[in-house]
Each structure stands twice: as C-alpha cells, then as structure tokens.
Design a protein around this ligand. Structure first.
Ligand code: X2X
Length: 328
C-alpha cells in the first residue's frame, strides 16, 4: 500500500522529467485493419525517434471504453485516454461539425475527401475539436463505406425498403437510412458481427477493408453495393492536459509522426482496395457497382438529411465544404 501511494505521489514529478513516459492510444479496430495499423505505425515512429523516451501503447477494440466507441471522445476529454486515432463518426455525437463527412454523397471520390481534410473545411473541423478540449494532430482514413446485406442486390433506394441495417451509434445514420426506407438499428462494432450472424439485422455498411478483414461474407453478407455514399476520415488526437504536459520537442515529434503515419495509412488503404474487391468477389459475394444515374436516385432520396443536419453542422461549414468539393 505504502509503495503504491509512493508511486502515485511521484508520478507527476516523473511526467515533467525527461524520464520514459508511456501514453495510451485508443482505436476501434485492431492492427489487422488499416485503422489499427495507423496507430501502430504512429507508435513505431515515436519509439524510434524519441529513442524510447516516449512510448505509445495501442489499445484496440475500443477496450478503454468497454467497446462503446461513441464514448471514446468523452473518455479522452476526461483523461481516461491519452491519445486516440478515432473515426469522425464515433466522435460526432460530441462534435457536431464532424457530421460533415457523413452527409450522404457529399464526397464523390478520394480527391474530394482530400480537398476537405486538407482545406479550409478541415481547419474549421480541427478548430471545433480543439474548442472541445482535444488537440487534433493529423488525418487518416477508414474509407468509403459500402452497403451489404444478406438477401438481395441493392440497385435502387426501393431495394432498401424494410431491410434492417446495422448502423453506428450516430443519429445522422438513423436519418439517412430512414430516408431511404430502411430500418436502421444503432449498435457498436462489437455487437455488429453477432447481430449479422444471428440474422438479427439484414445488413451493414463499412469500408471494403473492414468487410474484407472481418470476413463479413462469412456471416451471410452475400450482396455488396458500391455506392461511396460517405467516407469516415480518422483523426489522430491528444487529451489537452497530456498535450500541455509535453515538451515543445515532444509535441513536434507527436505531430510529425502522426502526420506521417496518417499519410502512410491513407495511401496504403486506398492502394489496397482493388485487391480487396477482387478477393471479396472471388469469395462469391455479389458486388453491384452503381453508375451515376443509379446514384442520383439515392442522392435524391437523402436530401432531407441535408435539410435537417446542415443547421447542426453549421451552414457556413457545409457551404465551404461544397465549394471545396466542387473545385476538387
Ligand atoms: O463501427 C464501425 O462500423 C466502424 C468500425 O467502421 C467504426 O468504428 C466507424
């Protein structure tokens, strides 16, 4: 007991020393996925360049929030998590501006995603995160989210009617899938695969990398529609108190390595998509690619999401983003 107390009293001193220090990094997906690999790459670069003085320890599967991924941002703000590589979707309940990336069919391609994250929209989104007591450092990418289900080819909004679709615990997704006539059910990633396995839900939406690595085809998801309806960027970020406790040199190191790890992961994840799609098709999944006309029906059907969410995200930010996509 005395020993434990002694350590607790000593630790604030150690933090300001040049002593070795370990920081926790939360992620939802493990290093079997590009997302977890982004965090591991960050840890590797930090370890290398700090000569071991600073260590990042990655905790995947949202384990620091008992699997409840929509609590990750709050837990980081409270100091239960030091650092995170998190999805814009999972942090959007606490930072409304992050819903920007979830607006259906806002970003048609990778150039559009980059135009937002690297442009004025990205700056405004980072400012919003910072105003909530979290220091954002760099961007990564989960990817364009494609919809799958166990019963039929989805080629028109009508095909979604009545389908029970697992969505992430973010209210905008509820609205998008309701607008499309589907029956959305919010649940964590931890609960998603069991729900697909038992048939409690008919479908889900996730990037190709997640569909591929998690072997979603093995839980009866035999129909996959490529509709690129939205993509979730990842954000590397730090708790403000932890951030302020670091030396200038450590902050530079963390920022530079986060940027490098993010750029590396974005490129790697995009490059891998063609092979992933080939593998998914080879496993017998029926893949539907929508052409522009077919996509227009989905765009039209989801206009109500813009009407209800633009005021929450901010009119100016949505306008800025539209202009940046247009110019991309
Ligand atoms: O829960 C999901 O679908 C996942 C893994 O993609 C996210 O955390 C947003």
């Amino acid at each position: 007991m005395a020993g434990v107390l002694g350590l607790a009293l000593l630790s604030p001193l150690m933090a300001s020393d040049a002593e070795a220090r370990e920081l926790s990094v939360s992620t939802v997906l493990s290093d079997a996925f590009p997302w977890g690999q982004a965090a591991e790459k960050w840890a590797e670069l930090v370890e290398e360049r700090s000569g071991g003085d600073l260590t990042l320890r990655v905790y995947p599967n949202a384990q620091l929030v008992a699997g409840d991924q929509t609590k990750e941002f709050s837990a980081m703000r409270q100091g239960l998590i030091d650092l995170a590589v998190g999805s814009t979707i999972n942090w959007s309940p606490q930072v409304p501006e992050l819903n920007l990336f979830s607006l259906p069919f806002l970003m048609p391609d990778h150039a559009a995603i980059d135009a937002l994250t690297q442009g004025e929209s990205g700056k405004q989104v980072f400012a919003a995160i910072e105003s909530k007591g979290i220091k954002p450092l760099a961007w990564g990418e989960n990817g364009f989210r494609e919809v799958s289900n166990s019963s039929k080819s989805i080629t028109t909004p009508d095909d979604l009617k009545g389908l029970k679709i697992r969505v992430v615990g973010s209210p905008l997704f509820q609205d998008t899938f309701t607008a499309l006539g589907a029956n959305p059910t919010q649940m964590s990633w931890a609960d998603a695969k069991p729900a697909l396995t038992t048939g409690a839900v008919d479908g889900q939406e996730n990037p190709l990398s997640v569909f591929d690595v998690a072997r979603i085809d093995q839980v009866g998801q035999t129909h996959l529609t490529l509709w690129h309806y939205m993509a979730d960027p990842l954000i590397f970020a730090a708790n403000q108190r932890v951030w302020k406790s670091l030396s200038e040199q450590e902050r530079t190191l963390l920022t530079e390595t986060a940027r490098e790890a993010g750029a590396w992961e974005i490129a790697m994840s995009r490059e891998g998509n063609a092979q992933r799609l080939a593998d998914i098709e080879a496993r017998g999944v029926n893949v539907v690619k929508l052409d522009d006309d077919a996509m227009q029906a989905f765009r039209d059907a989801t206009q109500s999401v813009y009407a209800s969410w633009t005021p929450k995200i901010g009119e100016a930010l949505v306008e800025t983003a539209r202009a940046e996509v247009e110019a991309s």
